[in-house]
Design a protein. Structure first.
Length: 155
């Protein structure tokens, strides 16, 4: 098993960052390797992604979910992985996101990629895509709750 820990800071309120992350079906919009996430029920998800150039699928169970604080999961089939993502409010408009990911590489190429830091680099890229996605959105206050909406296209 290999473990990756990465941190980013997002210029958005913790509630907006958490809300977007917990919309798992939206992951393909900001993570290039994730192709589809299907929510089976409140605690179970079915994932499809491209990992190491191969199409992979797995089922995952959310084992802990604390709104605006953290989500923990573990795979129940397919690609073996588990982790926790933590959301820390730094200011009313800035959130620290901490990802702990444990996974079991499949085969020689994934083991080599993990040992060379290629998988860690990919995780950083995906987190940065999430950050860019969040920061490209405009916040609006609707019924006392901060809601994210897409910014208009720049001309």
């Amino acid at each position: 098993m290999q473990t990756i820990e990465k941190t980013i800071e997002v210029e958005r309120p913790v509630s907006a960052v958490y809300d977007q992350w917990s919309r798992f079906q939206d992951f393909p919009q900001f993570m290039k390797s994730v192709k589809q996430v299907h929510r089976v029920d409140d605690r179970h998800l079915r994932w499809k992604a491209v990992i190491g150039g191969r199409s992979e699928g797995w089922d995952a169970e959310i084992v802990e979910q604390v709104p605006d604080q953290r989500i923990s999961w573990r795979s129940t089939s397919g690609a073996e992985n588990s982790g926790t993502i933590t959301f820390v409010s730094l200011t009313p408009a800035r959130t620290r996101v901490i990802l702990y990911l444990t996974f079991k590489p499949k085969g020689l190429l994934e083991n080599l990629g993990g040992n060379l830091g290629l998988i860690s680099t990919k995780v950083v890229q995906e987190l940065n895509c999430f950050k860019e996605y969040m920061e490209s959105r405009v916040s609006a206050l609707i019924n006392g709750r901060i809601v994210e909406v897409f910014a208009p296209a720049q001309e």
